[in-house]
Design a protein around this ligand. Structure first.
Ligand code: DQA
Length: 157
């Protein structure tokens, strides 16, 4: 590993199904910011906080499980919006339960004010905490929270 790589902390951001259409998809619920804009804002905030942000989106459950497993070796913190899989996926919950790093679950909408089936999160119980209903700002707050929760970067000679 390049020693410079460990001078910064590494955060994975995982976006679940349909979030690739943010900005166009039900903007009255999910807001007008596109996924690219959210990711760019997280990269910029990460630069301020000394965090390298790597964002990933998939519409496929198994691909999300694979990415969570990669976080075991390659990330110091994780932000995840599992989207619809929040309410259905035992596989994603089980993958998150394997992580020893802080994990923040983010939802753009307030899942507790919506249909009954959205009020249950299968994943929240295996995360550090959940931010819900604050729109795209929730992702930025999650990154700030991780910055406080993750151990400081170490210089490796
Ligand atoms: C969501 C809420 C989920 O219920 C929904 O299926 C999504 C997005 C949110 O960010 O508000 O796709 O996770």
């Amino acid at each position: 590993m390049n020693p410079d790589e460990r001078m910064v902390r590494r955060v994975f951001v995982i976006h679940g199904p349909n979030l690739n259409l943010l900005g166009k998809r039900e903007p009255q619920i999910y807001g007008r910011e596109s996924l690219e804009e959210i990711n760019a804002s997280l990269v910029a905030l990460g630069e301020e906080l000394g965090i390298a942000v790597a964002a990933f989106q998939s519409n496929h459950e198994g691909a999300i499980v694979d990415r969570i497993q990669q976080a075991r070796e390659a990330a110091d913190g994780l932000i995840i919006n599992p989207a619809a899989y929040t309410h259905t996926s035992v596989a994603i919950r089980d993958a998150l339960a394997l992580l020893a790093i802080p994990v923040i679950e983010v939802h753009l909408s307030n899942i507790h004010r919506r249909e009954a089936f959205r009020r249950e999160s299968l994943t929240a119980a295996v995360t550090t905490g959940q931010i819900t209903g604050l729109g795209a700002e929730g992702y930025r707050l999650a990154l700030r929270a991780l910055s406080a929760l993750m151990p400081p970067a170490v210089a490796v000679a």
